[in-house]
Design a protein around this ligand. Structure first.
Ligand code: GLN
Length: 325
């Protein structure tokens, strides 16, 4: 299959629709300034073949796509213990909703809604502190940047303006973490948890970098950029694993059921791929065992998912027949 041709066709079909529908996230002032008329798409196959089109190399604010990678880090460090504080069910509510938390005693439904990602951030802050050694205190913000840089194969950074903008206006996130703390479900100072969360959301990356970084999700957990030596024993081939193959299946399952919030059912119905979206307009999607994709277009639908990003994924599945179903 000639993936470059497929992506060029999708770019040509999406481009005339830019700016026609959807709205750029405005509740974070630094995001409101991003023009809606962008579209990028990139993919990387299991074997390392890459293709991209449109604004695929333009960096954007990854926002909640970061939740995929903080979850990966937390599963790697904590294993099963992570699930003591976080569920694995779709919420059926908006990503920043507070209501369910009261009924469910401060245990978020899943790691991809804001409450769940804040609970993950708390665990990562604890983990970084516990691992601090002679070189001085370790910072969970450095841990997530180091993971992203390693997975993308090039330097990845925070956008300090976006992080500051989120800190100045993130009243719901402040409420969520305080509410969970009132149930005894947050170990660290709320300020430290929020600082980690606002920074992870403010990571800047391009579609090409994100398609690469997520590559372990189509490779049974193996590092996206490292090849197993020909003829290497299984154990050797896995030496550079990001997470185990079982953990990889679980992350993909969570993306399919919870990765696009209260639109997850519709996304499974119309696209049929595990996806993780962010209000910056990025969406990472996985065709298990085949490839990872990233699309970006800043105008969002009512659920906070990129309108044309979802449309592009629908076109990709229609043109290639690649879907988990
Ligand atoms: N930083 C955003 C927030 O906390 C992330 C939300 C998202 O991308 N869905 O509201």
């Amino acid at each position: 299959m000639e993936f470059q041709t497929v992506l060029d066709e999708i770019d040509a079909e999406i481009r005339p629709l830019l700016g026609a529908a959807g709205t750029v996230a405005s509740y974070i002032p630094a995001l409101a300034r991003v023009p809606a008329e962008h579209f990028g798409i990139a993919l990387r196959t299991r074997d390392g073949e890459e293709a991209c089109a449109g604004d695929a190399r333009a960096p954007f604010s990854i926002q909640s796509v970061s939740k995929l990678f903080t979850l990966t880090l937390a599963m790697r460090c904590l294993g099963e213990r992570l699930w003591e504080r976080i569920g694995r069910e779709p919420s059926g509510n908006p990503f920043n909703s507070l209501v369910q938390l009261e009924f469910e005693a401060g245990r978020p439904r899943n790691p991809f809604i804001n409450a769940g990602a804040l609970a993950v951030a708390d665990r990562l802050v604890t983990q970084a502190r516990a691992a601090a050694c002679g070189a001085g205190p370790r910072d969970a913000r450095d841990d997530i940047l180091a993971l992203m840089t390693d997975l993308a194969g090039e330097a990845v950074a925070f956008d300090p303006e976006v992080a500051a903008s989120e800190a100045a206006t993130g009243f719901r996130n402040v409420a969520l973490v305080n509410f969970m703390k009132s149930f005894g479900k947050i170990d660290n100072d709320v300020a430290d948890v929020l600082d980690m969360y606002f920074h992870q959301c403010a990571i800047r990356m391009s579609c090409v970098q994100l398609a690469r970084a997520a590559g372990f999700l189509c490779r049974d957990g193996a590092h996206p950029l490292r090849r197993a030596r020909p003829g290497a024993a299984d154990a050797d081939a896995c030496a550079g694993a990001v997470v185990s193959d079982r953990q990889t299946r679980r992350i993909n399952a969570l993306m399919l059921t919870c990765g696009t919030y209260d639109a997850a059912g519709d996304v499974a119905f119309s696209i049929g791929l595990p996806c993780k979206s962010g209000v910056g307009g990025g969406i990472v999607a996985v065709v298990p065992d085949r490839l990872t994709l990233c699309v970006w277009s800043p105008a969002l639908d009512a659920a906070g998912n990129s309108l044309l990003g979802l449309k592009a994924l629908e076109l990709f599945v229609a043109k290639t027949g690649l879907s988990v179903f």
